[in-house]
Write a protein that binds this ligand. Structure first.
Ligand code: ZN
Length: 232
């Protein structure tokens, strides 16, 4: 699925992966103590809110969902429990939300609720900028325990997917979900829909699988480091 260079780089970055993600739940989330460890994968946007759109009309919400589904499938292969905030092209606002802004606000609050029932949040997004020259995945982290370490590990793994990518993990600013989640949480901007070459890549199944792998392997490995080969 990926070349030798990527393999080496991914495994190298695993050394730096975080162990503290698996601290007792009471310190971090509302998930019951005896519940199995569970990741929440959040494909950003959906429904009326398509997020960023490329010049060719590719909607961020669709790419987010595709990569999220591949990440969830990989969780299945690795024996990690994972759920999604949405698994279709929909907004997850509550009934009664009328206007677009009410729906958006309700959708975000519901994402927070779902995220806080899990042990780790991975939110998937795509970037967009007014100039088309910028490209490269970047990981943002919540101000919660262990999020920064995890973001740095995932950022290193993403550099193996695209060696030209010199971006660094950064603290998230002004993102509602990141500001309200209690668990360790990262938001991965997988690439720029304002960049034509990257938009092409982001639609390819193989590239999406590489991204999913880069996002998930540091998580899986840090879990294993703590739990040994027992239940994950
Ligand atoms: Zn977005």
């Amino acid at each position: 699925m990926f070349d030798r260079m990527m393999k080496i780089a991914v495994w190298t970055c695993l050394v730096a992966a975080v162990a503290c993600i698996f601290l007792p739940r009471t310190a971090q989330t509302s998930a019951p103590m005896n519940a199995p460890f569970r990741i929440v994968i959040d494909p950003g946007h959906g429904g009326e809110d398509g997020g960023a759109v490329s010049r060719s009309g590719v909607r961020e919400s669709e790419i987010n969902l595709q990569i999220a589904k591949r990440t969830q499938a990989l969780c299945g292969l690795m024996g990690i429990r994972a759920s999604m905030t949405r698994s279709e092209d929909v907004s997850i606002h509550s009934e009664g939300a009328g206007s677009i802004s009410e729906k958006k606000s309700s959708d975000l609050k519901n994402r927070v609720k779902i995220a806080n029932n899990g042990d780790l949040l991975i939110s998937i997004h795509q970037n967009h900028f007014s100039e088309s020259k910028y490209s490269g995945a970047q990981v943002f982290y919540a101000p919660t325990l262990c999020s920064e370490e995890l973001a740095k590990s995932v950022q290193k793994a993403l550099a193996a997917v695209d060696p030209q990518n010199k971006r660094k993990a950064k603290k998230s600013a002004g993102v509602y979900l990141m500001e309200h989640v209690q668990a360790p949480a990262i938001l991965v901007e997988c690439g720029f829909l304002s960049n034509e070459r990257e938009t092409e890549l982001l639609q390819q199944a193989d590239y999406q699988k590489k991204l999913a792998l880069a996002i998930l392997v540091p998580v899986a490995n840090s879990r294993k480091a703590v739990m040994g080969d027992h239940e994950v």
